[in-house]
Ligand binder design. Structure first.
Ligand code: 5GP
Length: 253
């Protein structure tokens, strides 16, 4: 059998050429990195959990009319997605202060923000994904004004959907990051949610205890990352049976 072609390998995923033109196979690795890959580890089972969780969130978004790149899950670690031209921006939506916002503006972690705040970072690992303004985005041609209007609308819809979903299972969506891609349908182009949505790219805190159930567990050495992600999956009813991590109900409230 011919080996499939690797298109790109990132910190947490590998992209392979898909079976049909315009498709890509997205493989989720167990590698965890933080602080621009200065901290690294392999967390057994993380790739499987993120594949299932990203499938769950993207399918839900597709079902409520928010377009995403997700087509179908192929196996434990792989999903078929639409090929997109990635907009070179990380779109961050924040509901509560945390992370770099708390640091930058001196706002205590956990402070409710007056309204969701959307930030843009330029996707460049060498530069550490610096925060940029719409001025930079327009001046350097990373996205048009129409794109920016669409990106903002998509980001806020994703925030509404995910916040409600999480609230329903006792989790506060503190913030998250998405990536957006451009696809062409005939003569038309449109923007869709791409990459992944998982606890790697969100801050998720237990509503009652404030316990962190996201990648900060790894960044801040707060415990076993796979246990935290398994707890998120368990509450959402994702992979309730076959997960090997189900044998360790340490984080169950
Ligand atoms: P912060 O700017 O506070 O570090 O991150 C804000 C949110 O975006 C957090 O939920 C964080 O996990 C997510 N985020 C920021 N940069 C990245 C990144 O390069 N990769 C991933 N997976 N998530 C990111």
């Amino acid at each position: 059998m011919a080996r499939r072609k690797k298109i790109y390998e990132g910190k947490a995923k590998i992209l392979y050429e898909g079976p049909e033109p315009g498709t890509i196979v997205q493989y989720f690795k167990d590698d965890a990195t933080a602080f621009n890959a200065q901290k690294k580890d392999v967390i057994e089972g993380k790739g499987v959990l993120n594949n299932r969780l990203s499938e769950f969130f993207m399918t839900g978004l597709n079902n409520v009319g928010v377009p995403t790149h997700f087509i179908k899950r192929l196996n434990m670690r792989e999903q078929l997605v639409r090929a997109v031209e990635i907009i070179p921006l990380e779109i961050i939506v924040r509901n509560y202060a945390a992370g770099s916002l708390s640091k930058r503006l001196g706002i205590e972690e956990g402070t409710a923000l007056p309204r969701p705040i959307v930030e843009y970072c330029y996707k460049d690992d060498k530069l550490g994904d610096p925060l940029v303004t719409e001025e930079h985005i327009a001046a350097f041609g990373w996205a048009s004004q129409q794109d920016m209007d669409d990106i903002l609308a998509l980001a806020l819809r994703v925030n509404d959907y995910l916040s409600g979903l999480m609230y329903g299972v006792g989790i506060k969506l503190v913030d998250f990051r998405i990536e957006i891609g451009r696809v062409y349908d005939g003569d038309y182009q449109r923007l869709i949610v791409a990459d992944e949505i998982s606890p790697d790219s969100c801050r998720l805190w237990d509503l009652e205890t404030g316990q962190k159930l996201d990648k900060d567990v790894f960044r801040q050495d707060l415990g076993n990352l796979a246990d935290a992600y398994t707890e998120v999956a368990r509450r959402l009813g994702v992979m309730p049976k076959q997960s090997t991590h189900m044998a360790k109900p340490k984080l169950i409230n």
